[in-house]
Each structure stands twice: as C-alpha cells, then as structure tokens.
Design a protein around this ligand. Structure first.
Ligand code: ATP
Length: 245
C-alpha cells in the first residue's frame, strides 16, 4: 500500500475573528490509524470539520491551506462531495437522529454513498456484523438507545456511505470504560478491514493504543508529532495527557 490517503497542508480555520486552527499539517497514510490529542478547545473538532467541510455556515470557515485525499483536493468541495469522495465523519456527541428509527438513521448515512442498492445492502450487512445490537433494535427510535449504543449507531451511520477514511470525533466521550474499550475494538476491526482512521480524542491513553502515529494540538497548532509509542513514552505527553506525574 503506502502513500498518504489524507494530506492536510497548512490548514487554518476559525469562527469570525477566532482563529481555531493555525497552519496545521498532518497526513494519514493509507490503511493507518492516526490520532490527534489535545485538551478542551485545542481545535480538534475544528480540524475534523474543516476536513469534512462541515464547519458551521455562519461564522465558521476554512482560512487557507489544503486538504487532499488520494491526491485530489477536498478543500474545494461541499460536505456531500467529501462523503462521495470517500471520507465520512462521526461527529462529537454522536448526533444521531433521535426521533428516527435505528434503521432510518442507517439509511440516512447511505444517502452519501455513490454505490447502488447492492453496495448499500453490503454496507448494512457489514454494520450489523460489527454492531449486532443495531439489527436487534432496527425499529426502535434512536433516542431510546443507551449512550454506548448511540455511539455505535453514529459510527455505523458513517460506515453506510462506504468510506475509505473515517473521521472520528471523541468516540469515547461520556462512555463507561468498558463501552469505550468496545468502541476501541471496533475501530481496530474497521481499520483491519481496510478503512483508514483519523481519530480525535481527549482520552490519550486509548488513542495512543489504537494509533500508529499521533499529533498533539494546542491552541490550534501542532506542537508534537511522531510514532504513537514514542509519544506515549515522552515525558511531556505522559505528564499532560496521560496523567502520569
Ligand atoms: P472540545 O474537545 O472541547 O470540543 P476541541 O479541541 O474540539 O475541544 P474546538 O471545538 O475545535 O476544540 O474549538 C477550538 C476553538 O474554537 C475554541 O476556542 C472554541 O471556543 C472555538 N469555537 C468552536 N466552535 C465555535 C463556534 N461555533 N463559534 C465560535 N467559536 C467556536
């Protein structure tokens, strides 16, 4: 394989006068899991939303730099075209459609797919295999699922578009440790099946276990990067993000 699936070069973004992201450069090699660590307000969500072109219409905007996927520019596309290009995002806080059934949430995820009926059926089989509970609860309203089940649904919904790269915003947020570990196992499995992953997490320990490479974001800038095992061993990361004194 080799080669970078995603190339982010000097990407800046902000909200009105607020500069949330300053010339961030990173890449996600094809087939890999890459993590972005950082505290509250570091710019992690802004980074993912600038890549997926889902910054809020009012006030949020990319302000320079480029994003390429398989060499083709994403930074000139609309959000639906980014999905069609093979990049799907799981937003922070899951944001499932609470009043819709589980099945209809999954159907909504498939709207961005460029594949036909057979591709959608295969995607549904895949997500039911990964998350059997979603098959059992197909006709239940999504809002009635537990937090962990809603996170599974959010990941499954993104997978329905058949992405080659998954952007994951804080998948472990608010979950009990056991459920967070299950989500981590699933991310590993999704990656093993060939989907690259860019993972944003405040839970640095979990992210560094999953990723081969990681970046640390502070006040919108990359301050550290390297192989995940090297970052996990660095004093600064241990002190600031792994709670080791
Ligand atoms: P968290 O984990 O708390 O979501 P984060 O690392 O994802 O943090 P961002 O949400 O990207 O950080 O926020 C980066 C900066 O942009 C912060 O200063 C935040 O206050 C600001 N910001 C984020 N969203 C908006 C918005 N819609 N309007 C104005 N400022 C915003």
């Amino acid at each position: 394989m080799g080669g970078a699936a995603l190339d982010v070069t000097r990407l800046s973004a902000g909200y009105g006068p607020v500069r949330a992201l300053r010339e961030v450069t990173l890449d996600v090699p094809q087939g890999s899991v890459v993590a972005v660590l950082g505290g509250n307000g570091a710019g992690k969500s802004t980074l993912l939303r600038a890549i997926s072109r889902t910054l809020p219409y009012y006030g949020g905007a990319s302000k320079g730099g480029s994003v390429r996927f398989g060499g083709a520019p994403l930074h000139t596309l609309t959000a639906d075209r980014v999905v069609a290009a093979g990049v799907s995002q799981v937003p922070e806080g899951r944001q499932v459609f609470a009043r819709m059934t589980v099945q209809d949430n999954l159907r909504a995820g498939a709207l961005g797919s460029t594949g036909g009926r057979a591709a959608r059926a295969a995607a549904l089989r895949r997500v039911h295999g990964l998350f059997p509970v979603l098959a059992q609860r197909a006709h239940q309203r999504a809002g009635l699922l537990s937090g962990g089940e809603q996170q599974q649904l959010a990941v499954a919904r993104a997978l329905m578009a058949g992405p080659r790269l998954l952007l994951l915003d804080e998948p472990s947020l608010g979950l009990a440790p056991m459920m967070a570990a299950r989500i981590a196992d699933t991310i590993r499995q999704i990656n093993a099946e060939g989907t690259s992953v860019l993972l944003v997490e405040q839970n640095a320990a979990l992210a560094l276990r999953l990723a081969s490479r990681a970046y640390v974001l502070e006040v919108g800038e990359v301050t550290l990067s390297g192989p995940a095992d090297e970052l996990a061993a660095s004093d600064e990361v241990r002190r600031r993000y792994l709670g080791v004194v």
